[in-house]
Design a protein around this ligand. Structure first.
Ligand code: NAD
Ligand code: DAU
Length: 339
């Protein structure tokens, strides 16, 4: 039995980042009865431009940090749910400097859980498939909700920690929570530090794309709109205390994705550089989302990767002013790391 929940006034943390802002757009477009308060610290990864133009009577913005308990005391009352996206999200940054990951991903989640406990509201926790570690390239297995946690990087270990906090707070204090672990997202508003936007904007800037190691590592791609519809489904119909894996059967290795980008952008298929591999680089992620599909009836809609990628290339081509502000600093950081 699922427990229907009809939110009216939700807080979306990290709503100025990539996936959070896409979720805010999704809610505004599809659920006119819902008001959204975006809580975001506007780190290097967040931008108000990502929620610009949304109706003011539907979306409020609060500039603040999820670690700020006093701020949470002020803004959480009156809301009926928190959907928690805010995080330090990039593996390479976590390898260079893990501390902000501990602060935001672990302490930030703790603060939100304490606030949820105090004000008795619903909480949905956004997490990642990376908590499960990686799979061998030739292993037919995929991650399920019962795969043991085995994170590899500072980033994924802090996300795993945050998931465990949610489970412990749920069991001990009886909080009304759900968790989702999703695979690699792509689509508009993704920061240029991430694989797909980095390569597209490199080509648009006359820089050769950069592939880590041999490029055979596999990621399980999902369009961010499918992630949004899955989170909405879990928030409104998911069973309390449960974890749901989100994936769209989109396994591809990095080399194949890069070749597709090069082809779709009219470049020779070998017009890229192999660069230093990521330390501890996870080989393969793969999601089995049977539980979400059978229990809650969710289905991804954007499963044609070539067409989704084409639209994403078009978006970056038409939104140069959005990404060029952060491009030079991002490439400088990568260059210093030999990547
Ligand atoms: P992102 O880096 O693009 O955005 C993160 C947002 O959080 C930014 O707007 C940033 O300003 C905000 N933020 C960071 N620290 C904060 C703090 N202390 N207080 C308030 N706001 C803060 O991240 P993303 O790629 O959109 O990922 C969003 C969530 O989804 C994360 O929890 C991530 O772990 C999870 N996730 C990401 C993917 C993916 O493919 N990108 C896949 C699965 C899960
Ligand atoms: O699986 C979900 C995770 O997906 C999320 O939890 C993370 O927040 C999100 O960043 C993403 O993590 P990855 O490390 O898989 O994504 P990234 O875009 O950094 O890299 C994707 C793959 O591409 C990975 O195998 C590393 C490789 N790569 C990355 C960059 C930036 C390259 O080959 N070259 C690059 O320039």
């Amino acid at each position: 039995m699922t427990e229907a929940f009809t939110p009216k006034n939700i807080i979306v943390t990290g709503g100025c980042g990539f996936i959070g802002s896409n979720f805010v757009h999704y809610v505004v477009e599809n659920h006119p009865e819902v008001h959204v308060t975006v809580l975001d610290a506007l780190t290097y990864a967040g931008s108000l431009d990502n929620i610009k133009g949304l109706p003011e009577d539907r979306v409020d913005f609060v500039h603040g940090n999820i670690c700020d308990a006093e701020l949470l005391d002020k803004i959480v009352p009156g809301h009926d749910a928190i959907v928690h996206y805010a995080a330090e999200s990039h593996n390479d940054n976590s390898i260079a400097d893990p501390e902000p990951f501990l602060k935001t991903n672990v302490e930030g989640t703790f603060r939100l859980l304490e606030s949820v406990r105090k004000f008795g509201i619903r909480y949905h926790h956004i997490s990642t498939d990376e908590v499960y570690g990686d799979l061998a390239l030739d292993d037919p297995a995929r991650f399920t909700e019962s795969t043991p946690y085995h994170p590899s990087s500072p980033y994924s270990s802090t996300k795993a920690s945050s998931d465990l906090l949610v489970r412990a707070w749920t069991r001990t204090y009886g909080l009304h929570t759900t968790i989702s672990n999703c695979s690699n997202n792509y689509g508009p508003f993704q920061h240029v530090e991430k694989f797909i936007p980095r390569q597209i904007t490199n080509i648009l800037s006359g820089i050769r794309p950069k592939l880590y190691g041999n490029g055979l590592n596999v990621r399980d791609w999902i369009h961010t709109d499918d992630h949004s519809s899955a989170v909405w489904t879990i928030l409104t119909q998911g069973r309390l205390g449960e974890t749901y894996l989100i994936g769209a059967d989109g396994e591809k290795n990095n080399l194949d994705v890069l070749k597709l980008i090069l082809k779709q952008m009219g470049q020779p298929e070998d017009a890229f550089d192999h660069v230093k591999d990521r330390p501890g680089h996870d080989r393969r992620y793969a999601i089995d989302s049977t539980k979400l599909r059978t229990e809650l009836g969710w289905k991804p809609q954007h499963t044609n990767f070539e067409s989704g990628l084409d639209k994403t290339i078009e978006w970056y081509t038409n939104h140069q002013e959005w990404w060029e502000k952060t491009k030079a600093a991002t490439e400088k950081r990568y260059k210093a790391q030999g990547q």
